[in-house]
Design a protein around this ligand. Structure first.
Ligand code: PDD
Length: 284
């Protein structure tokens, strides 16, 4: 039975209970993080914790733990769940209070974390995607637990036999329903700039650092629909799926219809970066 963390205690996941008055349950009033673990070590933990802090600040939930306590808690959770490769899901909601839209007097936030399996096929399998209008709210930079629009968009993709919905707002690429998006054409890689229209993805940031260092031009710029549709390569990035090549978009092949040569290079760079981090983090 896997262990989870709930409000100060490590307990079996099946035994974890929260109040039905929790504002996460009633209003979707909370934020979350998904943190990958490779060989028993959290990947880019500082960056994930910084984004969690920013999400909490944005919705005015007091920080329930300092970064050092978060790190201790999550490392304990990894150990209690057997180390190796995992994915940590962390959720903080405002807490339980009488139902009222207006924020209650300060209450104790609900803090929850669990470990799930990482998909062993992450990064490897080519996928298909569809394009959809981005019907989400205007604060997509906050990693909010209220994911109804993302759920419906992802389901629309699944209904059509596709893996991901790639979203466009006012004719411009924003991101995927659960991923960031990169395109490549003529040897140049592009991804939309950070804004309130998309989540500042941790994997996205790794690529934005790694590509120029390897001599691959990478530009953070608006991507109009025509450029997306004409791209030679399209990649999805996320902590749990890493870098997935999209080979079919709206039923048409992307480029050659096979994972492209730049994706192969970038995936290798990413794997090397991960291995390098594991070495840096290894105990002496
Ligand atoms: N989602 N954009 C959205 C809307 C996402 O939901 C995610 C990841 C990303 C990629 O961010 P990162 O590289 O930090 O994982 C971008 C997670 C994995 C999820 O909701 O399960």
């Amino acid at each position: 039975m896997p262990d989870c963390y709930l409000n100060g205690e490590f307990i079996a996941l099946e035994c974890a209970r929260v109040s039905v008055l929790d504002r996460g349950f009633i209003f979707g009033d909370g934020v979350y993080e998904v943190i990958p673990v490779f060989n028993g070590r959290t990947f880019r933990l500082d960056q994930h914790l910084a984004r969690l802090r920013q999400s909490l600040e944005a919705i005015r939930i007091p920080q329930p733990l300092c970064e050092c306590d978060w790190a201790g808690l999550l490392n304990t959770l990894v150990e209690r769940n057997g180390g190796g490769d995992q994915s940590l899901y962390v959720q903080v909601t405002r807490g339980a209070a009488k139902r009222d839209h207006v924020l209650p007097e300060p209450i104790t936030p609900t803090v929850f974390a669990m470990s799930t399996c990482l998909d062993p096929k992450r990064g490897h399998a080519p996928v298909s995607a569809i394009t959809c209008d981005d019907i989400r709210w205007h604060y997509c930079h906050i990693k909010a637990i209220d994911l109804l629009a993302n759920v419906m968009l992802r389901q629309r993709a699944a209904d059509g036999g596709a893996y991901e919905a790639i979203l466009l707002r006012d004719g411009r690429l924003t991101e995927g329903a659960a991923s960031n998006v990169f395109i490549a054409a003529g040897g140049i890689v592009k991804t939309p700039p950070k804004s309130h229209a998309l989540l500042p993805g941790i994997t996205r940031d790794v690529l934005v650092e790694l590509l120029p260092a390897a001599g691959i031009p990478c530009v953070e710029t608006e991507v109009p629909r025509a450029e997306l549709m004409g791209a030679e390569e399209i990649w999805l990035t996320s902590s749990v799926r890493e870098i997935l090549p999209v080979t079919v978009l709206d039923g048409h092949p992307v480029g050659s219809g096979e994972p492209g040569p730049l994706w192969t290079r970038v995936f290798e760079l990413y794997e090397r970066f991960k291995a390098g981090q594991a070495l840096r983090d290894a105990p002496p």
